[in-house]
Design a protein around this ligand. Structure first.
Ligand SMILES: Nc1ncnc2c1ncn2[C@@H]1O[C@H](COP(=O)(O)OP(=O)(O)O)[C@@H](O)[C@H]1O
Ligand SMILES: [Mg+2]
Length: 255
């Protein structure tokens, strides 16, 4: 490990997809501890930012992990440095059991944290022989997060873990993300502001392919006008402290 500094740094990331300038100079840094939430309305470039960090899309700019420039490295080399990625679509193998899904996620012998995964998600141990396709959406999300925790990762990147889940399940997944973040720093893409409030930490807000706000997440969420301006959430829909009501942004295009 190198001296204290940002765990992950992205500098001036630019991505073009089919002639569209999707990321227009995205710059942010995430600290070594806790959750950093990447926020923004639908289509502003959150998933593309994550993919740019991981080298999954062609990009210009610079990415550093733990002080090391990883910009030129292929994705497999980047993740082998200790980054667990839970994509938006989860990538759980429906026909395989829970245990098999975990097993095939093992990156190399000797460093698999089954104790941690089963401590955070006892349900996965109970359901170890169950085909993953028969799990609920929330359980599948926990399996996807469990797979990323299994390896000795130093950063988890989790893209919209609560998308499409019922409010009760959102709370469970929020708890799981918060508990995971006690073990491993998490870069969390999220639209559900109650989850962001639950996990705290830092916030980075994107709009139209650029970073438009960075700062402590609780400060942002306490500023209803700023939340509405940046995320399109009405004052009434913004969650108050201590409530867990879902408050997805509405994905309206910016004016
Ligand atoms: N493979 C692709 N082909 C065409 N357009 C894409 C592709 N991936 C992303 N985009 C566009 O890039 C923009 C940002 O997408 P994305 O990063 O997925 O946004 P977010 O995750 O914030 O909802 C959107 O306008 C989307 O339509
Ligand atoms: Mg996305």
């Amino acid at each position: 490990m190198t001296a204290a500094g940002p765990l992950l740094e992205a500098a001036d990331l630019n991505v073009w997809i089919e002639g569209s300038h999707i990321l227009q100079g995205v710059t942010f840094a995430m600290p070594e501890r806790g959750v950093t939430s990447l926020l923004g309305r639908n289509g502003v470039g959150k998933t593309t930012t994550v993919k740019a960090v991981l080298g999954l899309v062609p990009r210009t700019g610079r990415v550093a992990f733990d002080g090391v420039d990883i910009t030129a490295e292929p994705t497999h080399a980047i993740v082998t440095r200790g980054i667990g990625y839970v994509p938006e679509e989860r990538g759980v193998f429906a026909a395989l059991t829970v245990a098999e899904n975990l097993r095939i996620a093992e990156r190399r012998p000797g460093t698999h944290r089954y104790d941690l995964v089963h401590e955070l998600f006892p349900e996965l141990e109970k359901r170890r022989e169950q085909p993953a396709g028969t799990l609920s959406g929330g359980q599948q999300q926990m399996l996807a997060i469990g797979r990323a925790l299994l390896n000795d990762n130093r950063l988890l990147i989790v893209d919209e873990p609560t998308k499409g889940l019922a409010p009760r399940i959102v709370r469970e997944v929020a708890d799981a993300v918060a508990r995971a973040a006690e073990e491993v720093p998490v870069l969390l893409v999220e639209q559900n502001l109650s989850l962001v409030r639950r996990v705290g930490g830092a916030a980075v807000v994107l709009d139209a392919g650029r970073v438009v706000h960075t700062g402590p997440a609780p400060d942002l969420l306490d500023d209803a006008d700023r939340v509405r301006e940046l995320l399109g959430v009405s004052r009434a829909a913004a969650p108050a402290a201590g409530t867990a009501a879902p408050a997805d942004t509405e994905g309206r295009p910016t004016a």
